[in-house]
Design a binder for this molecule. Structure first.
Ligand SMILES: NC(=O)c1ccc[n+]([C@@H]2O[C@H](COP(=O)([O-])OP(=O)(O)OC[C@H]3O[C@@H](n4cnc5c(N)ncnc54)[C@H](O)[C@@H]3O)[C@@H](O)[C@H]2O)c1
Ligand SMILES: [Zn+2]
Length: 335
């Protein structure tokens, strides 16, 4: 497969569909679930899990970089899921005011989403992804053979984002996933679908790198409600993909009720999610007051109003502001 190039103001990324090649001037960072497979690189190892995307692990990576003699031209190679990509990316963005970053995404989510677009960062007590930078990797090595060992739950989580791309931007992708659900890794098809998703993300981030026009916000379909669900359950009960699956379904109902989405959209969304073992409902939605409060604090909201990216018809989406609270309340209570 030929390379893709994502051209951003903050730097350009070459996406290679092959396995990692590292020279001698590189340091590898990975998580504790993957480190045994990378022992020949003597990697810096971070405990697996979202709780590692914090100031302490960030500081520890910086200390290990200086202890190992990292210089301005040393390449920092992040091998792992979105947690490693974001954490190590932020270390690369700030160590000596920026050293070259290479990403090797090993989860489906990291391949189709987090390794492309330049966002890196960590969580603090104040919130998730609260501190970060735009710092695109110079090279991303997409090697689908990593996915052979990915647990089913993580696969489904990545598929939620893949399904999202079809719904917001690519009716043909949606049709293919609806007709023949991608419930497990199949090297040829997975490679094609992952490449397609990267092309779609490239299109969005090149057009609205810094989220100034509202276009990049279409990637947030399902995320207004999804993020509220994640926060209310302390990021413990649902994977990100499961939370946004519920979000995509409920936001489709809201879109239909507003008359902005084609009738029947929510039913279609429910069908594709269920075919990929993803949920469409959560008891947390019954906590209507809290969900609404969290939605008003969402980053897409300009003045505390409710904003969502909604699918107008399959393959198209747009950011909608000032969604009536009464309608959201009605939908949440009835779901
Ligand atoms: N920067 C962005 O634009 C962006 C976009 C979306 C998500 N994110 C971030 O990504 C993070 C979530 O990423 P994630 O879902 O990849 O989580 P993750 O990095 O925690 O990986 C999930 C789990 O899978 C394991 N794993 C990874 N690769 C594996 C493999 N090949 N085989 C077996 N196990 C493997 C990991 O050790 C971990 O336990 C969140 O912190 C989120 O904020 C960032
Ligand atoms: Zn997401």
């Amino acid at each position: 497969m030929s390379d893709l190039f994502v051209k951003l103001h903050s730097g350009s990324t070459q996406i290679k569909f092959e396995s990692l090649q590292v020279g001698t001037d590189a340091l590898v960072v990975t998580d504790s679930n993957l480190s045994s497979r990378l022992s020949s690189y003597q990697p810096i190892v971070v405990p697996a899990g979202e709780q590692s995307k914090n100031l302490q692990q960030y500081g520890s990576i910086l200390d290990q970089l200086s202890a190992r003699g990292a210089k301005r031209k040393t390449k920092l190679v992040a091998v792992g899921g979105g947690v490693i990509g974001d954490l190590v990316g932020f270390a690369a963005a700030t160590y000596m005011r920026g050293i070259p970053l290479i990403q090797v995404p090993t989860t489906l989510l990291a391949m189709v989403d987090s390794s492309v677009g330049g966002k890196v960062g960590i969580d603090t007590h104040g919130g998730k992804n609260l501190v970060g930078a735009f710092y695109p990797a110079q090279v991303v090595y997409v090697d689908v053979s990593w996915l052979k060992t990915l647990p089913q739950l993580q696969w489904a989580c990545g598929m939620a984002e893949v399904i999202k791309y079809g719904l917001i931007m690519d009716a043909e992708l949606h049709e293919s996933l609806s007709t023949s659900p991608m419930t497990e890794m199949d090297e040829r098809r997975s490679s094609e679908v992952i490449r397609r998703c990267i092309e779609l993300k490239k299109k969005v981030v090149e057009a609205d790198e810094f989220e100034t026009t509202g276009y990049r916000a279409i990637l947030n379909f399902g995320h207004t409600i999804g993020h509220a669900i994640e926060k209310l359950t302390n990021y413990e009960q649902y994977t990100h993909g499961e939370a946004i699956a519920v979000g995509m379904y409920v936001e489709s109902i809201i879109g239909e009720k507003l008359g902005l989405s084609t009738p029947g959209l929510a039913k279609e969304v429910a069908a594709i999610l269920e075919a990929h073992s993803l949920p469409t409902n959560s008891l947390v939605l019954k906590d209507v007051e809290h969900i609404i409060q969290l939605m008003r604090g969402d980053k897409k909201s300009v003045r505390g109003e409710i904003s969502m990216s909604l699918v107008t018809q399959i393959g198209e989406a747009r950011l909608v502001h000032d969604i009536p609270e009464s309608l959201v309340r009605e939908v949440l209570s009835a779901t």
